[in-house]
Design a protein around this ligand. Structure first.
Ligand code: NI
Length: 253
């Protein structure tokens, strides 16, 4: 079984053919997927999708791109969505100082408010981070203990060690299949498989040979194959271990 621990089936790009996307996901042996919210409406859709499909779970949160919109009403709606039995995490939240679509100050406020939500609801967190590993790691080290995953890891090895020291998982997706991704692959090779989660981030970051096209959960198999090659492990073993990691983090199984 494979677990796509980070995808956006709540994205408008899946509106017209979601049933076929889910059918291909099941055919590819993907037993579960976790749909991450990125703003208030997409968080609601993630929760609704999890109600409609047995193998779909949801995370709710406001992405740093949308941190400017974060307010108390949204905070209340996230808290109420987190009562849903299949909403298993807060995310994706974090810091993105690459695009700075929201002011850094606002990003930090939204992050801290949502970390408090995770703490009061006792849920794991899915973190997004671009060009902000130092400030994000500092905030998390102060807020520890935190359960969660650094999704789409692109940090360096020292930063990876700090994340692992806090007990965080690192998520790897289609980028491991890209040319010029040797640093990401080195880190995937070095970290223990017990700290590793697989993800697609669909519709973004489709793995080679589908790079540039719409990504979907079925393609997680390509990520698993590449991670198995990097770690010199059996594909079956990688599938089983990362599946169990997903259950441990998000389902406490
Ligand atoms: Ni994402």
């Amino acid at each position: 079984m494979l677990y796509d621990t980070h995808c956006h089936l709540n994205h408008p790009q899946f509106e017209s053919d979601l049933d076929q996307v889910l059918a291909r996901m099941r055919d590819a042996g993907v037993g579960r997927c976790l749909v991450a919210g990125y703003d208030s409406p997409s968080s609601l859709i993630a929760a609704e999708l999890s109600s409609m499909h047995e193998d779909v779970y949801a995370a709710v949160g406001v992405h740093p791109h949308d941190a400017d919109s974060f307010n108390e009403d949204i905070e209340r709606s996230l808290l109420s969505l987190l009562e849903h039995p299949k909403v298993v995490a807060v995310g994706e939240i974090g810091l993105d100082f690459h695009y700075n679509y929201s002011l850094p100050k606002k990003q930090i406020l939204a992050l801290e408010a949502q970390l408090r939500i995770a703490q009061v609801t006792n849920k794991p967190v899915i973190f997004h981070c671009r060009e902000a590993y130092e400030p994000l790691l500092e905030i998390l080290e102060c807020a520890a203990p935190i359960h969660g995953v650094m999704h789409c890891w692109v940090g360096d090895i020292d930063q990876a060690r700090r994340a692992l020291d806090m007990g965080l998982y690192l998520g790897f997706g289609g980028m491991v299949t890209f040319k010029n991704a040797s640093e990401i692959c080195d880190i995937a090779a070095m970290i223990p498989v017990d700290s590793l989660l697989l993800e697609t981030d669909a519709p973004y970051l489709a793995p080679t040979p589908n790079r540039g096209k719409r990504n979907e959960p079925a393609y997680i198999r390509l990520v698993a194959e590449k991670v198995a090659a990097i770690k010199e492990m059996d594909m079956e073993e990688v599938m089983m271990r990362t599946w169990e990691n997903g259950l441990t983090l998000f389902h406490r199984e």
